[in-house]
Design a protein around this ligand. Structure first.
Ligand code: AFP
Length: 313
């Protein structure tokens, strides 16, 4: 290993070179620090149920609770975060510091897909970052977003207005730049069809069949982060989680799943809608607000909109 090269390509060096405001850079960096602890706990810890439950009444795995605590601690440590929303907390958390100029608010899912850990599939952390004291803002107001994939390798992807870049955790416990200025193809060839087929609307059913007739390959792990990461790194495709007969707003949460991923996807040249409107333009007014989602290559997202506009038979 060329040590000097790894030092030069480290996450903090990249953040500083990118000219990102120091407070925003420290938030991204500290989530990276937190993810190293989460990564370690996941690969060595006890996954027994924590016995508590989150806003949605789901049993919290010990790992969920631990990941939430670690990330919350590191965000507080920055001294630049005034409010957070976490998938594991039932209300907005206020760090008792006077809201001051240059503060940030953060929405995060500490361990999205946590139920996949005990079947040894990849999971992730997702983070949306806003300037100011209000974490419930339209996704269009984000100043940065990131995710971490805990898979065969642990990788971190961030965007903060100057491209989207991937880092890989090396054997020294450092995140080293592995892909810079990521882009997604205008059209891809994989699709991730969330939800249960028998609950699909007629328009959605027709759209999925169109993709299948066109030879798209189905890739769906049950983990939003690895599925999106695959579309991003394999050059394109579409992830969907539609509104269904049993859940008309779909399953994925706007504040800490859809908004950050939509921010990153638009930043790499892709798109993200609820079938009609850009995800980033949706009003975000509730912690557990959900939305249908079509996210990925621009052509596929636009094709979905044609089915929902009734233009396609
Ligand atoms: P969990 O965090 O409850 O495992 O849900 C993960 C998730 O929110 C997202 O990561 C997946 O894309 C989606 O659910 C999978 O949902 P289905 O299991 O209904 O396909």
């Amino acid at each position: 290993m060329n040590i000097i090269k790894h030092v030069k390509r480290g996450l903090w060096n990249h953040l500083m070179k990118s000219g990102i405001e120091m407070g925003l850079a420290s938030i991204i960096y500290e989530v990276g620090v937190a993810s190293k602890y989460v990564n370690h706990a996941m690969r060595t810890g006890d996954l027994g149920l924590a016995g508590t439950s989150n806003l949605y009444g789901e049993d919290q795995l010990a790992l969920d609770v631990l990941a939430d605590e670690i990330i919350k601690d590191r965000l507080d440590h920055t001294g630049r975060v005034s409010r957070i929303i976490s998938e594991e907390q039932s209300e907005i958390i206020i760090f008792d510091r006077k809201s001051k100029a240059g503060g940030y608010s953060v929405c995060y899912d500490p361990l999205d897909g946590s139920s996949l850990v005990d079947v040894n599939l990849s999971v992730g952390t997702i983070v949306a970052i806003y300037a100011g004291d209000d974490p419930l803002q339209s996704g269009r107001h984000q100043v940065g977003a990131m995710y971490v994939v805990y898979g065969p390798r642990t990788t971190l992807v961030y965007g903060a207005g100057n491209g989207v870049h991937e880092f890989t955790l090396n054997s020294l416990g450092e995140y080293v730049l592995t892909r810079e200025y990521l882009t997604v193809k205008k059209q891809g060839n994989i699709y991730s069809p969330g939800g249960v087929r028998c609950d699909y609307s007629l328009e959605h059913e027709k759209f999925v069949k169109k993709l299948e007739d066109e030879g798209y390959k189905l890739r769906y792990s049950g983990g939003f982060v690895p599925d999106i990461n695959q579309i991003l790194l394999k050059g394109g495709g579409l992830f969907m989680y539609p509104g269904t007969a049993t859940a008309k707003h779909g399953k994925l949460r706007l504040p800490f799943e859809l908004n950050p991923m939509a921010y990153l996807m638009e930043a790499v040249g892709g798109a993200a809608t609820d079938g009609r409107r850009a995800i980033l333009d949706l009003d975000c007014y509730d912690i557990d607000q959900r939305s249908p989602v079509y996210i990925g290559s621009r052509d596929e997202v636009e094709l979905a909109a044609k089915f929902f506009a009734g233009d396609m038979k």
